[in-house]
Design a protein. Structure first.
Length: 615
């Protein structure tokens, strides 16, 4: 009995939709890319309930005839290519002919479209790959797609969609990726009737500023180079703008957004030794290459691209970015006002004579407390004051015979006093002194020696303090002298209000100025000297990356992030009083052996282990 059979088109389309249409953002990406290919000058996107209820994309492109409108929803129906060789000379965003068929398989679709040569357009309704109706309709030139009830016939897929905030974040990211590469097209984005983005046609630099705020202009350096392999244009961040979270990093190739970890490494290699380890910079790099030298037909979402000359382009990217940074960091000439300047004579040495450094004569054995004769023949007189030796309680000449005590070492009496120190409470160790480059605190315990990592100990103490402040809302705020501005992308808008409320419980004073801009007028007490803008930006990005709404988890992320940044840095020399205070507070914590992220704070060496070392 034969068991292999062809699947119905509706089932095949649903299977294909699983790869092409993963979430509402995928629908917007495909439809907006089609609008770009249709030569639209204005594209309007509107969503309701983060795309769950409806997605509408309207453009003023070339539109479709009634026959094309019907055929466009068939699998592998496309106007972009005609033969296999066309895959290697692509100049359009789409080419596979799967997007509309996949969308129609999992949603209820209404399309109104008209070309400029037709007096009347056409309206077609499709539901689950089944054409419900098609009839003439009055509509402007272009296309109007209305997608409703996405995944209505695949409950499992609809059930596993993320929260509205997360899905809206993905929609905005997909929208921005296309808007950034086509600045000559006007884009608008509405969510639940509220305008979120209105991007007018402009140039690339202004489009980046419109999307991410004017502040980013101060952080970008232009990049441009042209070679036989590729042309690279765009902008990269300055070394001073480096941060751990919240960087905007985009690669575009021939007008298409792509993800490329290998090229990302090329960019970051250009910043070697210019930015702290673990930090990143923003970049917007637009590559133009010959279409036949790349392959975009790797995955239906078309964000993975293969290059024929990856290694060579890697070198070009790194050299180009490094050159841009070098020009930015180069010394700039200063044009001072020359009026009424003093006439300062300039010494021009005789080119025929060697200029010698002046000779400095000194007596290396000079002691002000002894009568000595200098090498230059001048006599050094003994001080004339009487009884000065008694001021020092002994023969002052003995000072020259005693070796100097190493910096940071304790005298015998001081060491005895520190060892005898007793803490109140249940502190099981007694700090002796700080050792090894200001990183560890050596303590005496009942079992031997306890080595405490001062940075991690401070991190644990601050974590519990900030966590308590979040829970009890009793943090203290320290006003800043001048308010600082922070700009967040529109993709953060759904989650920002709740996050900023928690930041205020930590002690931050933040005011919404509109348009994604916020003013920081206060920071938690004790954080003076820190970059408030960078700190707030990284904390907010960290929570959004974690994608959580649970209050307890948000508190943990905020407290941990702030504690890591505010903890006593490695290498800082602490006073004995600060050491005692830190050790006491550490052992008052609910957990004192590990940091909030599970790293060990205290390492113990027993008396037996020490004895074995000396046997």
């Amino acid at each position: 009995m034969d068991i292999i059979q062809l699947l119905p088109d509706s089932v095949a389309n649903q299977i294909a939709a699983g790869e092409v249409i993963q979430r509402p953002a995928s629908v917007i990406k495909e439809l907006v890319e089609n609008s770009v290919d249709a030569q639209a000058h204005n594209i309007h996107v509107s969503v309701v309930d983060a795309g769950r209820t409806s997605i509408q994309v309207i453009d003023d492109g070339i539109g479709m005839t009634d026959t094309d409108a019907r055929l466009s929803f068939e699998r592998h129906a496309t106007s972009k290519i005609r033969q296999a060789n066309d895959l290697f000379t692509l100049h359009t965003m789409g080419f596979r002919g799967e997007a509309l068929a996949s969308i129609a398989a999992v949603a209820q679709v209404t399309l109104k479209t008209r070309t400029k040569d037709d007096e009347i357009g056409t309206e077609i309704h499709i539901e689950g790959s089944r054409v419900i109706s098609q009839e003439p309709a009055a509509c402007p030139v272009g296309s109007n797609f209305n997608i409703e009830n996405l995944f209505f016939n695949i409950p499992a897929r609809r059930k596993f969609l993320k929260s509205n905030a997360t899905e809206m974040n993905n929609i905005i990211q997909a929208f921005e990726r296309i808007a950034l590469v086509y600045p000559d097209i006007s884009f608008t984005l509405h969510s639940n009737g509220m305008e979120m983005q209105h991007l007018k046609a402009t140039n690339t630099h202004q489009r980046i500023s419109d999307v991410f705020g004017k502040r980013i202009n101060q952080e970008l350096v232009p990049v441009e180079t042209e070679t036989t392999l590729c042309t690279i244009k765009g902008f990269v961040g300055t070394p001073q703008s480096a941060k751990k979270k919240g960087c905007h990093q985009y690669f575009f190739v021939n007008g298409r957004y792509m993800k490329h970890p290998y090229f990302h490494k090329a960019v970051m290699s250009a910043y070697d030794r210019l930015i702290p380890e673990g930090e990143q910079v923003s970049y917007f790099l637009y590559l133009t290459v010959e279409p036949e030298s790349i392959d975009v037909n790797i995955h239906p979402v078309k964000t993975e691209i293969k290059f024929d000359n990856e290694q060579a382009i890697w070198q070009i990217i790194m050299a180009t970015v490094r050159d841009a940074i070098g020009r930015y960091t180069g010394t700039q000439s200063l044009d001072f006002d020359q009026e009424d300047k003093p006439d300062i004579p300039v010494f021009f040495p005789d080119a025929n004579k060697d200029v010698k450094a002046p000779h400095i004569d000194f007596n290396p054995s000079y002691n002000p407390f002894k009568e000595t004769r200098g090498t230059s023949g001048n006599d050094y007189a003994r001080p004339s004051a009487k009884g000065w030796e008694q001021l020092y309680g002994g023969n002052i000449s003995d000072f020259s015979q005693k070796p100097a005590r190493p910096e940071g070492a304790l005298s015998q009496s001081a060491a005895t006093e520190r060892t005898a120190l007793q803490f109140t409470g249940n502190t099981p160790v007694t700090p002796l002194q700080q050792s090894y480059r200001g990183r560890y605190i050596v303590c005496e315990s009942s079992q031997g020696l306890a080595i405490v990592d001062q940075h991690r100990a401070s991190q644990r103490v601050l974590f519990e303090r900030y966590k308590r402040a979040l829970e009890q809302h009793d943090a203290h705020t320290q006003k800043v002298l001048f308010p600082e501005m922070v700009q967040f992308p529109m993709s953060y808008s759904e989650q920002l209000p709740s996050i900023l409320e928690e930041l205020q419980h930590l002690g931050f004073d933040i005011t919404d100025l509109g348009g994604g801009s916020y003013s920081i007028t206060g920071i938690p007490a004790g954080l003076g000297g820190m970059d408030a803008t960078k700190l707030v930006s990284e904390l907010v990005t960290e929570i959004i990356d974690k994608d959580t709404k649970a209050t307890e988890e948000v508190h943990t992320i905020l407290a941990m992030g702030l504690a890591k940044r505010a903890a006593t840095p490695v290498g800082e020399i602490m006073s004995p009083e600060d050491i005692e205070s830190l050790i006491r507070q550490l052992f008052e914590c609910s957990i004192h052996k590990y940091t909030p992220d599970g790293k060990i704070i205290i390492a113990e060496i027993t008396d037996e282990e020490l004895t074995k070392k000396f046997n």
